[in-house]
Design a protein around this ligand. Structure first.
Ligand SMILES: C[S@@+](CC[C@H](N)C(=O)[O-])C[C@H]1O[C@@H](n2cnc3c(N)ncnc32)[C@H](O)[C@@H]1O
Length: 262
């Protein structure tokens, strides 16, 4: 094998390992360390990459975020925004339940704006995430309202929201909070309103399933339950009063559920 090929291969491997170690330290590694401490608060499951502003700025780079979602990010966001654009949100309110990296928030707010929304509330338990989101929404200052709140108990009235977007939150929540977050989303949803939920899903091909399983075991062990015991579609159907549709993409590795309140 030529020496340049060995060097190139080793460099790529080194970079990938460094990225994996970095992410482990500032995600699951930090939670493991935290579990030895005594403090217990509602944000104890939040990774430092979402609370530390330097880390947020370092990681919130579109190509990196797209790569983490196996370059399906754009497609998943479009599946949501395409549906929002079919809605008439005139005089109505939308909600984004928890911030996310990349351009999902500006794209969703832009779609809601085109659908003539009155206001888009953006809820997150971490203030720095809201500050980071606001940076991306300068064009929509009058349309948005940021709320530093827990997704399990948002300060919005019953039946007051016509579109609620939850983008990859559930897999990071402790199991007992997954269902609670969905119930809260359904509580605030107006009749006829739609909940858009993007998440990981159990892939069909065994190779992808094995890789995905390994990723979850190492980095995000709370996410595996979405494949079986905490399937969000089943949880939504159990809440009742909703008509749900699920679409999967990339060999079943991701899902978008649209739940309409009857
Ligand atoms: C949506 S999830 C992960 C998104 C995904 N990994 C990405 O960035 O593309 C991360 C966000 O959820 C927020 N979050 C986690 N638990 C929350 C809760 N109980 N209530 C509100 N926000 C929460 C975190 O603060 C963070 O901003």
């Amino acid at each position: 094998m030529p020496i340049w090929l060995i060097y190139s291969f080793s460099s790529v491997l080194l970079v990938l390992t460094a990225v994996a170690v970095f992410f482990f330290i500032f995600t699951r590694g930090a939670l493991i360390l935290r579990s030895f401490g005594s403090s217990r608060d509602s944000a104890e499951h939040i990774y430092p990459i979402y609370s530390n502003m330097r880390l947020i700025k370092l990681i919130d780079i579109q190509p990196l975020i797209a790569a983490i979602l196996l370059f399906q990010y754009d497609k998943l966001v479009s599946m949501i925004t395409d549906e929002i654009l079919k809605m008439n949100l005139h005089g109505k309110d939308a909600l984004i339940t928890s911030c996310a990296f990349g351009n999902v928030i500006p794209r969703v707010v832009s779609a809601c704006n085109e659908a003539d929304v009155r206001k888009v509330f953006i809820v997150d338990i971490i203030k720095n995430e809201l500050v980071n989101a606001r940076r991306k929404l300068t064009a929509y200052d009058k349309k948005i309202e940021l709320l530093e709140e827990n997704a399990l108990q948002v300060g919005l009235a019953d039946n007051s929201i016509d579109a609620n977007i939850i983008f990859f939150l559930l897999h990071e929540l402790p199991h007992d909070l997954k269902g609670a977050a969905l119930k809260e989303a359904v509580r605030t949803l107006a009749p006829g309103g739609k909940l858009f939920l993007a998440e990981f899903h159990r892939p069909a091909p065994w190779v992808l399933r094995t890789l995905s399983w390994t990723y979850f075991k190492v980095f995000e062990p709370l996410g595996l339950a979405l494949w079986n015991t905490h399937d969000p579609l089943k949880q939504l159907e159990a809440i009742g009063g909703l008509t749900c549709q699920r679409r999967t993409v990339f060999f079943g590795n991701f899902q978008v559920i649209v739940a309409t309140k009857n």
